[in-house]
Design a protein around this ligand. Structure first.
Ligand SMILES: C/C=C/C(=O)SCCNC(=O)CCNC(=O)[C@H](O)C(C)(C)COP(=O)(O)OP(=O)(O)OC[C@H]1O[C@@H](n2cnc3c(N)ncnc32)[C@H](O)[C@@H]1OP(=O)(O)O
Ligand SMILES: NC(=O)C1=CN([C@@H]2O[C@H](COP(=O)(O)OP(=O)(O)OC[C@H]3O[C@@H](n4cnc5c(N)ncnc54)[C@H](OP(=O)(O)O)[C@@H]3O)[C@@H](O)[C@H]2O)C=CC1
Length: 447
C-alpha cells in the first residue's frame, strides 16, 4: 500500500468511512525534517544569514505507531508558520531539546525523540485511523488540526488547557508534524474542515488565526470590544492578517502597520482605513543597539492620533518584540493593553516602565489558543466571517524555499504547502458558499 492509494481513495467521491478504515497503511511516507546532527550548521552566522533551504530536508520516514487518543491523518496541505522557521535555524534553541524532554515523560512519548524532527503545525486532510478511546472522529472525516498538544493529567490545565504543564505545540515541541504526507495528532486537535475551502486554503489559517483570536478577542487575551483602537504590527502578515480581520469584524478600529505600499493596499482591501507604512515613514525606535529614541515613539504616537482623530491605542497586538515594544507601551492609552505572543526581532524587551505604571497599562502574555478558542476561530472561518489569507503555494519539496521567504519577510499573509494534494483547488465541497466569499478568499493570492 502506498500514499498513492490513499490519495485515490480521498479523490474518489464513492469512498466510505469503511473503505478508509480498510485501507492498509504504508510503512513509510515523505516528510519535511530537520536533522539532529545538523543543529550546529549555522553556528556563528547572523540570524538573517541562516538559510532554511540548507537545513530543511524531504525524507522518507517510517510511519509512527498509533497510540490511544490519537489519529493518523493523510495530509493534503499544510502551511508554513514562523515556528518552523525558528526550528530550521535552530533559534532560540534547537527543538530537539523539546523532543528529548517529551520523550522522557513516558513510554509512548519516546516515539517523538528521534534524530529527525518532522515539522509543521497546520494541516488539512483526511483521518486514516484513530487510536483506542477515540469516538468523535472516524476514518474518512475531512479535518483541519490545531496545534495544541496537552496531557491534562494535572489540575493546572483544567480551566484553560494552555495552562497545562505538559502543553506543547505539535510539530514544534512534538514530532510527526503537518509538513508531511501523513501526520500524527491527538484526536482533540481535530476540527471539521471548512467545506467551502480547498485543502490549501483550509490549512492556512489554523495556527495564526487561533493565536490572533485568543490574543485579541478572547477574555484570556485582550478581550477586544467595539470601538477599540487596535494597533496591529505586521497587519498583512501571518498573525496580523487575521488580527486585522477580527478587529474589523468586531467593530474595532484597526491601525495597521506594514512596510510597503503593496501591503498597505492589502490592508485597505480588507477594509482597514488607518494604515502606517513604517518603511516610508522611517521610524527608528533605536538610536543604536542599546539606546531607544523616545522622540521616535512620540512621532509614531502623533501619527496614530492623526489617524484616529486624536485618540490613543486601546490594544496593541504585539509580536515584533524588542524593536517595537518600547513604542508599543508608549502609544497605549491610559488603562490600555499590550498583548504579546512573540519577539521576532529579539526577546529581551526594553520599555519605559513609568508609562506603564503611571498610566495603569497592562501587558498580557498570550500563546496559541485552547481547544475551545481554536474551535471558535475555525468556526468563524467555516461560516465565512473570517477568510484565509493564502498568498503563494509551494510543493512539499520546495518547503525550504517557502520557509526562506517567510524568514526574509518576502511573503504576504500565509504561505501554503501541498502535501498529498497533487494540485491546488481540490477539496471544495460547498461551491455556493464559496461563490459568496470568493473575492475575500482570493484577496492575498499571487501578490
Ligand atoms: C504556536 C506558535 C508559537 C510560536 O511561534 S512561539 C515562537 C517560537 N517559540 C520560541 O521561540 C520559544 C522557544 N522556547 C524557549 O526559548 C524555552 O523553551 C523557554 C525560554 C520558553 C523556556 O526554557 P526552558 O529551558 O524550557 O525552561 P527554563 O525555565 O529556562 O529552565 C528550566 C529549569 O529552570 C527551572 N525553573 C523554572 N522556573 C523556575 C523558578 N521560578 N525558580 C527556580 N527555577 C525555575 C526548572 O525547574 C528547570 O530546572 P532543571 O533544568 O534543573 O530541570
Ligand atoms: N506564541 C504564539 O502562539 C505564536 C507566535 N508566533 C510568532 O509571532 C511572530 C510573527 O508570526 P507571523 O505573523 O506568522 O509572521 P509573519 O512573518 O507572517 O508576519 C510578521 C510581520 O511582522 C512584521 N515585522 C517583522 N519584523 C518586524 C519588525 N522588526 N518591526 C516591525 N514589524 C515587523 C512584518 O510586517 P511588515 O514588514 O509589513 O511590517 C511581518 O510581515 C513569529 O515570531 C512567530 O514565531 C506566531 C504564531 C503563534
Amino acid at each position: 500500500m502506498t500514499v498513492k492509494d490513499i490519495l485515490a481513495a480521498i479523490q474518489s467521491p464513492d469512498s466510505t468511512s469503511e473503505d478508509f478504515a480498510a485501507l492498509p497503511l504504508p510503512e513509510s511516507y515523505r516528510a519535511i525534517t530537520v536533522h539532529k546532527d545538523e543543529t550546529e550548521m549555522f553556528a556563528g552566522l547572523e540570524t538573517r544569514d541562516k538559510d532554511p533551504r540548507k537545513s530543511i530536508h524531504l525524507d522518507e520516514v517510517p510511519l509512527p505507531e498509533l497510540g490511544p487518543g490519537e489519529a493518523l491523518v493523510a495530509v493534503m496541505a499544510s502551511s508554513v508558520n514562523y515556528n518552523s522557521v525558528w526550528t530550521s535555524i535552530f533559534e532560540p534553541l534547537s527543538t530537539f531539546g523539546f523532543l528529548e524532554r517529551y520523550g522522557r515523560t513516558n513510554e509512548l512519548a519516546k516515539r517523538h525523540d528521534l534524530p529527525y524532527h518532522i515539522i509543521g503545525s497546520d494541516l488539512a486532510g483526511v483521518v486514516l485511523r484513530t487510536g483506542p478511546g477515540v469516538n468523535a472522529w472516524r476514518p474518512g472525516d475531512e479535518v483541519v488540526a490545531h496545534c495544541l498538544s496537552v496531557e491534562l493529567e494535572s489540575s493546572d490545565g483544567h480551566n484553560d488547557t494552555m495552562l497545562d504543564p505538559e502543553q506543547r505545540i505539535w510539530g514544534f515541541e512534538t514530532n510527526f508534524g503537518g509538513l508531511a504526507e501523513i501526520a500524527l495528532v491527538k484526536s482533540n486537535q481535530l476540527m471539521p474542515k471548512p467545506d467551502h475551502l480547498s485543502w490549501e486554503e483550509a490549512a492556512a489559517p489554523g495556527l495564526v488565526n487561533s493565536t490572533a483570536y485568543r490574543q485579541l478577542v478572547s477574555r484570556n487575551g485582550a478581550g477586544m470590544k467595539q470601538g477599540d483602537n487596535v494597533l496591529i504590527w505586521g497587519a498583512s502578515g501571518g498573525l496580523g492578517s487575521y488580527a486585522t480581520q477580527f478587529a474589523l469584524a468586531g467593530g474595532a478600529n484597526p491601525i495597521c502597520v506594514v512596510s510597503s505600499d503593496q501591503k498597505a493596499d492589502i490592508c485597505r482591501s480588507m477594509g482597514a482605513e488607518a494604515i502606517i507604512d513604517r518603511s516610508a515613514e522611517g521610524y527608528k525606535f533605536w538610536k543604536d543597539e542599546n539606546t531607544q529614541d523616545p522622540k521616535e515613539w512620540k512621532r509614531f504616537g502623533k501619527r496614530i492620533r492623526e489617524l484616529t482623530g486624536g485618540e490613543d491605542i486601546d490594544i496593541v497586538f504585539e509580536h515584533p518584540g524588542r524593536e517595537t515594544f518600547g513604542a508599543s507601551v508608549f502609544v497605549t492609552r491610559k488603562g490600555g493593553t499590550i498583548t504579546t505572543c512573540a519577539s521576532t526581532s529579539g526577546y529581551m524587551h526594553e520599555y519605559d516602565n513609568r508609562y506603564l505604571w503611571m498610566s495603569l497599562k497592562r501587558i498580557i502574555g498570550s500563546h496559541f489558543a485552547n481547544y475551545r478558542e481554536a474551535w471558535e476561530a475555525n468556526r468563524l472561518i467555516a461560516k465565512g466571517k473570517i477568510h484565509p489569507t493564502l498568498s503563494k503555494v509551494y510543493s512539499l519539496q520546495d518547503t525550504g524555499q517557502a520557509a526562506f521567504d517567510v524568514h526574509r519577510n518576502l511573503h504576504q499573509g500565509k504561505v501554503g504547502v501541498l502535501c498529498m494534494a497533487p494540485e491546488e483547488g481540490l477539496g471544495v465541497r460547498d461551491q455556493d458558499k464559496r461563490a459568496q466569499h470568493i473575492d475575500a478568499i482570493n484577496r492575498f493570492r499571487n501578490i
